[in-house]
Unconditional design. Structure first.
Length: 74
């Protein structure tokens, strides 16, 4: 099944499909060890985030996931 990517924009947030160019923004937003305390993978470096994003993008290619990012518009 093919899913056409769309960007959803509301009053408070914008939701868009994850792409590899989001790595730095995701790393910056998640650069707090408390966020990862109960997660199976700890993202402690930009390389860790690249690995996480690349895995999500590969899963999208296989059709098993559809990763997206959420931006706060404030």
């Amino acid at each position: 099944m093919e899913i056409t990517p769309v960007v959803l924009i509301g009053d408070r947030v914008k939701i868009q499909p994850m792409e590899d160019y989001h790595v730095q923004e995701l790393f910056d937003a998640g650069n707090n060890p408390d966020i990862w305390a109960h997660m199976p993978m700890k993202v402690q470096s930009i390389e860790d985030m690249k690995y996480l994003v690349n895995g999500a993008l590969q899963a999208r290619e296989q059709g098993s996931e559809f990763p997206f990012v959420i931006f706060d518009k404030d």
